[in-house]
Design a protein around this ligand. Sequence first.
Ligand code: BMA
Length: 809
Amino acid sequence: MSSYRPLRDGWTVTRADPPDSPALPAVVPGCVHTDLLAAGIIPDPYLDANEDTLGWIGRTDWIYRTGFDWAPGGAERTDLVCAGLDTVATLTVNGAELGRTANMHRSYRFDLRPHLRPGANELSIRFDSAHRYAEALRDTLGDRPGAYPEPFNFIRKMACNFGWDWGPRLVTAGIWRPIGLHAWGTARLDQVRPLATVAGDDGRVVLHIGLERAGDAPVTVAATVAGETVRTTVPPGEHTATLQLRIPGVRRWWPRGHGSQPRYDAEVVLADAAGRPLDRWRRRIGFRSVRLDTTPDADGTPFTIVVNDRPVSVRGFNWIPDDCFPHRVDRARYATRLRQAAAAGANCLRVWGGGRYESEDFYDLADELGILVQQDFLFACAAYPEEEPIAGEVAAEAREQVVALAHHPSLVLWTGNNENIWGHADWDWAPRLDGRTWGAGYYFEVLPRIVAELDPTRPYWPGSPYSGRADLHPNDPAHGSTHIWDVWNTHDYTHYASYRPRFVAEFGFQGPPAYATLARAVRPPFEPGSAALRQRQKAEDGTGKLRRGLAGHLPEPAGFDDWHWATQLNQARAVQFGVEHLRALHPLCTGAIVWQLNDCWPVISWAAVDGDGRRKPLWYAVRRAFAERLLTVQAAPDGLDLVAVNDTGADWSGLLAVTRVTFAGDPKASVTLEFAVAPRAAVRLRLPDEVGRPDDPATELLTVSGGGATRHHFFAEDVALALPDPRYDTRITTTGTGLELTVTAGTLLRDLALFPDRLDPSSTVDDMMVTLLPGDSATFRVDTTEPLDPTALTAPPVLRCVNDLRARP
Ligand code: BMA
């Protein structure tokens, strides 16, 4: 049997120039920034304005070195196996060059045997500045337009490392994934490509096996799935084999909300002629069918993900790298983040093309949780050269990743790129390209060919967004997938209501991170527009867009605390408005993927969960809007509609009590509506005018109760409401994990929210943005490690509502 020995110990990192630079201890897997941080040479890049002083790191060449002992044993081959090198690397063993690499998104294997010495051996990996490499290639191949000035499109490296409109510019280098020695003989499994499908009640899996051989001996491969085994002999000279298994009565894998997520152990064992095992591959696979329905209809071109022949209403988040230093994202962190997505009601994550192929843990957790994954190939917001060396790297990387992810039932769509086809059409690229390549060959030829060849079980779409035909605008909402970005950049969020899109793969609105996150990352004062906050605002005119976004909705905030509450709330409202509008369009629109779930550091951004993992008000608002059974009040041309969206497998019916009530709590009109919604359907009911039309929009609201929920609808924006000065009583009881705060309203309280992180950064709360009529109560459950001061807990800026924004002078 082969053996693997990780090379984790004894690493140092040194500046390549001058040659006598001191060697610092290095952590592998890791990167130079975290090594310099651990050595006390640089301050934390995530704090204050430290990022601005660290640009030199990405412009420096670095050498990682370690030693290892080796004794000539029985193994015919000893390989150096590198799961990930970031990025422009020259590998040397005992002074002899092993090879060079320039792609963070590939793995590498080198035959070490000719270079090894009995006893001590030296391995060094030199990383040339990624910045310089990309700039040099840009000069050679000719500049190409992109959303940012940095040359991220001239190197196969996580693009957002060069800075993004939510991310710092921290150009890393290092051994970012495990590295080790693989000793083997006779043959090894070079590749196993499992393609699992369903046929009636049966599961079917075809395993395409690739071998590397050290000699010519005959070998056997055996595959076992669900207790069934098949085997074959691979004669000398042959390097491939295909095994097929049929699993009768297979249990299908379903997206969450549609069924369970059974998986089956799959194992491939390579053995020599005597039956002695040489190598082994093990994964958990799942059986389901998936297709993308884009058959044109009367409304345009749908974009419907169909799993096990059932169309899925996609409710999702876009995923960006969870850390600029990706080796720090371990399974526990992925698990927390994916559970946050699932707990918000999401059934899908789109892995955005400016990041990375996430690690096995990410997709494994998605399989486990029933979260559908749309995976972009890694191209974002720029024109990419199609010349060498980039073209060869792109093809090799795509071939590797399509195979590496093939066993995950959660992966349902490969997408060619993020916004590059749109960019080419709309962002004035043509004159700047002046005939140079921009990536079309990748998105329309190379990548679809690779997916069709290596994984025909999954659909491919050339871009996000893309409309499906060259004669259509790539971001035409009526066709295919769409990104909505006029809301946020130029338009008020109510403009979402003018869209009738088929599938929205990106839309979002900014808001600041939690107070505790900001307070950890930057020093006060936190005035809006202060130096500290400007450093955390990477979007073009982000501060202005946040301010203008409040106009017409919420009063102009006075001071930081009101700004923080108002902009967080406005973010939550904007996206909730968008999601509910899109879901109310069912079945016309089959996808609402919010930009974005997470952050890579503490920053003002579109994220629902901030860079320290804290849920922003947006997260709670999305959880409401993503409810499997959603009641939403939608404006109609001549009144109000109530839309009931039922994304469950059961009928949903009942009586709804709809009351028009004054802010003082006096009912003005009531009706009872009967509703019935079939599984996976929506119904739209017109609200009778007696409840749907207020006498005074400034002092009345609508309550809708029934079907397991209560919703409030206001007839005007907050700035036009006569919200009372807030009055309430509070009661605190301690619990095993913290406390419960019950608020009883003395007046109407709009969007009551609690921010216990302002008192104890480790504390969390179970709900936010609860509207109460006089006499109503709500209980907030707070998990906390410290006792919280009751006076501070029950007043602004910890306990807030919209009323107290108005109540200020
Ligand atoms: C889209 C995304 C990201 C960006 C976001 C917010 O362009 O694809 O590139 O961060 O909008 O501007």
